[in-house]
Write a protein that binds this ligand. Structure first.
Ligand code: URA
Length: 164
């Protein structure tokens, strides 16, 4: 399956309740040959509005921090474990994650990244596939809010940069 075919499926997805309150499905973006895939939780209000992942406050912070360690946002594939926004930006429920997971698994099989960066707790539900390195990282929205978490987040991004 191509990424275009997959995206088409995601745009029409009705497998859980989240599509109902969303303006856009946010499929993700980045080069087909990306070595690194970033997986977040689910789109927030800005992402729902624009249809693009990590473009709000947390996204800008993520993009800026990556750049500080020499990682260009355009070089990585960015997506979320759940492709639709949620009411009041709550954490996705387990059944919502389960319904959406096949899309992420197909994205992984198309992109074939070397490293998958899991941003925050919800992203940890991503299945671990062989021959891919997984790095668990603090979610940028938590890093922005708490000094200690920010220190850890920056160390984790520095560590990611060293592996590239
Ligand atoms: N937070 C996420 O986890 N994903 C986004 O796309 C935006 C904010």
């Amino acid at each position: 399956m191509s990424l275009e075919e997959l995206n088409y499926q995601i745009y029409g997805c009705r497998k859980c309740r989240l599509w109902y309150g969303a303006k856009h499905a946010v499929v993700g973006e980045g080069p087909l040959n990306a070595k690194v895939m970033l997986v977040g939780q689910n789109p927030g209000a800005d992402e729902d509005e624009t249809g693009r992942p990590f473009v709000g406050r947390a996204g800008k912070y993520l993009t800026k921090t990556l750049a500080e360690y020499g990682i260009k946002r355009e070089d990585v594939f960015i997506t979320n474990i759940v492709k639709h926004t949620s009411p009041e930006n709550r954490k996705p429920f387990p059944d919502e994650i389960a319904a959406c997971l096949p899309y992420l698994i197909t994205q992984i099989s198309i992109i074939k990244p070397k490293i998958i960066v899991l941003l925050g707790a919800s992203a940890k539900e991503t299945p671990r596939l062989e021959e891919i390195e997984y790095i668990e990282v603090i979610h940028p929205s938590a890093a922005m809010r708490f000094t200690k978490m920010n220190e850890k987040f920056r160390k984790q991004i520095a560590d990611l940069a060293k592996r590239l």
